[in-house]
Design a protein around this ligand. Structure first.
Ligand SMILES: Nc1ncnc2c1ncn2[C@@H]1O[C@H](COP(=O)(O)OP(=O)(O)OP(=O)(O)O)[C@@H](O)[C@H]1O
Ligand SMILES: [Mg+2]
Length: 688
């Protein structure tokens, strides 16, 4: 039944009449207004970005602690070594001692090079290499194309060193200099983006290749354009058949080797490969569990490291034996995939299953996680060793964001159709509004909630209140983000992304269709520099064995328990064919329809009515009240939240024709959606 119409908000009224009376004078006025708004928002953004100019806090000071074995001469020499990193006892402590331990020499790899490190870098970067693998796609918060050219000099200053680790600082400082000197022209930053004339030339080597042949510049709603770009980006970086197979084979090889060394042990995969949340350059997280449960010790770690090296299954081996979670890190030479191996634990295997459950029930989760991952990875803010935000924390952050978003809870928006708005909301929340000092995030198998930090001493950082606290879904006393000590820079980066995306949207919204052509919104904050990929998300074509084996592992264990129990999945009586059978591919993106949204609304209502405090196993659990949640989200309930989209827009407002035989109610639904988006969008501008 049609709901009773309510008086639209003044904001709604004015935007409606503006659309109805589009005289040339009105258009000119509107353009002037938009220009003014844009200018003021740009200058405000400029102010926000002053933090990047005046202080160097955003430069990742801990970057140099990261060990990169690929480029420098010492590192080349140590390719035949095992590196022992002695971490502090607590995650988040900076590494205390680094010790290189030679375990074996293999002469062919030891050949000294007379070439400079930079030459080695350029020679080493074969065209098949993916810049993401090398974390080589850093984008400074500056748009001057001169930045890249200026790098060479700085490289020399840094001892002609490690391009990989130097790039962040070099580019960052170049960007800072350019902007401090006032040479950056905000009005012309679009120069970086191809005009129609230069499009064909630029598209051959674009930094945002996901727009190639995927032009959305004709979208009426700018938020829809961003949503479509996000979908394109995700399709672009999703794995091809070959990539999945390479990962599968790599795991099989390592597992076979482990079993040769330790017949009572088995290797399992968890982390992003077991959740389908990996970027092309992501590592593979593995754990070795054994019948005796005795492999987590220094001797075993070294035995395995030496063995894998001898078997030519590992290069660039590091043994990190004194960390809270001792691991071996190495690169598998054939696939060049980075592997982390931990020992005698099951929590990662349990987390993988929980995360897959979240993915199944949370539309948009995969898309937003990959966007945030790529965003942080390009800024080198994704490594916990340097205080960044690890993949696990990102997943929990995005999951809680989607679970607690008022507009999703109320069934007001469809996640997959509003990825653009949600991405901006995410950056706004964690870049500008989130109360890091007071609020912790709790995620459990079925829900998320905000917790008052004061009541959870175990989640607090003893050194500072300004920290991110995310309760481990598998252990309520564990703050999974306690190692992310660089939260200040992460917050700044998110705030920057919000400003850049919002400004870009305003700018392109005001531009003519001709000027929009070939331009990217997402490219303002995310770039991809590397081997050109296809838009082939081939996850439906080949079994991801990490997922299949993890499913089997849980089937064998029957239920999720939090004890260390050895379960050998390779010694299985289950038929292999059964295990690796491809399931029916999931139905391709469904268009929103009435029954689906109704179903969703009732589901949301059910969730709301049965909402329990998160982490029910923690008695003090007390989710922050919804009003506070809305404050945290930065959404003002005076304006658009009062607005009833089903009644605010008359049927005759939309000027689209009805040639495809849609019913009037379908059209109203569409126009309502468009208006909701527009109003919401305008509110973003006012927030600037
Ligand atoms: N702080 C932590 N506390 C407990 N478990 C953790 C923690 N960090 C990581 N893990 C476990 O390790 C797994 C892999 O973590 P990681 O941060 O590498 O995420 P990822 O999804 O593999 O992302 P990426 O693709 O960036 O490697 C997680 O799924 C989780 O099970
Ligand atoms: Mg990982």
């Amino acid at each position: 039944m049609e709901k009773k119409r309510r008086t639209p908000s003044p904001q709604t009224k004015s935007s409606r009449s503006a659309r109805k009376t589009t005289t040339p004078v009105a258009t000119k006025k509107k353009q002037k207004k938009v220009k003014k708004l844009r200018k003021s928002s740009l200058s405000k953004a400029q102010k926000n970005f002053a933090v990047f100019n005046k202080i160097d806090e955003h430069v990742n000071k801990y970057e140099n602690l990261d060990i990169d074995l690929s480029d420098t001469e010492e590192n080349r020499a140590s390719k035949n070594s095992v590196i022992l990193i002695q971490d502090g006892d607590e995650a988040g402590d900076e590494p205390k001692e680094i010790q290189v331990v030679d375990i074996e020499s293999e002469s062919e790899e030891d050949e000294p090079s007379t070439k400079s490190a930079s030459e080695q870098v350029s020679e080493g970067s074969n065209t098949d290499e993916n810049a993401l693998d090398n974390n080589d796609d850093f984008i400074p918060f500056a748009f001057s194309s001169d930045d890249e050219d200026d790098d060479s000099g700085d490289d020399d200053k840094n001892g002609g060193g490690n391009k990989d680790s130097g790039e962040y600082n070099d580019k960052g400082s170049t960007a800072v200099q350019a902007e401090t000197a006032g040479s950056y022209d905000y009005d012309n930053y679009d120069d970086e983006y191809p005009t129609e004339d230069t499009r064909s030339r630029k598209t051959l080597n674009t930094d945002y290749p996901w727009i190639l042949n995927h032009d959305h510049s004709k979208q009426r709603e700018i938020a829809d354009w961003l949503t479509l770009e996000i979908k394109d980006f995700v399709a672009y970086i999703s794995p091809s058949r070959e990539e999945i197979e390479a990962r599968n084979q790599t795991i099989s090889k390592i597992r076979n080797a482990v079993k040769r060394l330790w017949p009572d042990a088995d290797l399992h995969v968890f982390g992003s490969f077991a959740t389908d949340l990996y970027l092309p350059g992501s590592d593979i997280d593995c754990v070795i569990n054994s019948g005796a449960g005795d492999k987590e010790n220094r001797n075993s770690l070294y035995s395995l490291a030496s063995f894998l090296k001898r078997q030519k299954l590992a290069t660039q081996v590091e043994v990190i034996s004194k960390a809270r979670v001792p691991i071996i890190k190495f690169v598998e030479p054939e696939s060049q995939i980075h592997i982390d191996v931990s020992f005698e634990r099951t929590n990662g295997l349990e987390a993988a299953k929980v995360i897959r459950g979240w993915l199944e029930h949370t539309p948009g989760l995969r898309e937003l996680v990959l966007i945030v991952k790529q965003f942080l990875s390009a800024r080198r803010l994704n490594s916990v060793h340097t205080g960044g935000l690890g993949g696990f924390s990102i997943i929990c952050l995005v999951y809680s964001f989607l679970q607690l978003h008022p507009r999703i809870i109320s069934g007001d928006i469809n996640c997959l159709e509003n990825l653009g708005t949600l991405a901006i909301d995410f950056f706004e929340l964690y870049g500008k509004n989130f109360a890091y000092d007071d609020v912790a995030i709790s995620v459990s198998e079925h829900q998320a909630s905000y917790l008052p930090k004061s009541e959870y001493p175990n989640l607090q950082n003893p050194r500072t209140t300004f920290s991110l606290a995310i309760q481990d879904p598998g252990d309520p006393d564990n703050n999974i983000s306690r190692g992310s000590f660089n939260v200040r820079d992460i917050k700044k980066a998110f705030a920057g992304a919000f400003d850049l995306l919002t400004n870009r949207c305003f700018e392109l919204d005001a531009a003519t269709f001709k000027d929009r052509l070939g331009k990217s919104i997402l490219g303002n904050v995310i770039k991809y520099r590397g081997k050109q990929r296809d838009f082939k998300d081939e996850r439906d074509l080949v079994v991801n064995k990490a997922i299949a084996e993890n499913e089997l592992y849980h089937r064998k264990r029957g239920t999720i328990v939090h004890e260390d129990v050895f379960t050998d999945v390779s010694d299985t009586e289950d038929k292999e064919a059964e295990l690796y059978k491809l399931e029916e591919p999931p139905k391709k993106k469904q268009r929103k329809n009435k029954s689906k949204s109704k179903e969703k609304t009732s589901k949301v209502q059910a969730t709301k009515s049965t909402q329990k405090p998160a982490a029910s196993n923690t008695p003090a659990s007390k989710p922050v009240h919804n009003e506070t949640v809305e404050n945290l989200m930065g959404i003002n309930d005076d304006d658009e939240d009062d607005y009833n989209p089903t009644t605010a827009v008359p049927l005759d407002v939309e000027d689209e024709d009805n040639s495809d035989g849609k019913s009037r109610s379908d059209i109203r639904k569409k126009s309502v959606d468009a208006q909701t988006k527009r109003d919401y969008w305008l509110s973003k501008g006012q927030a600037l």
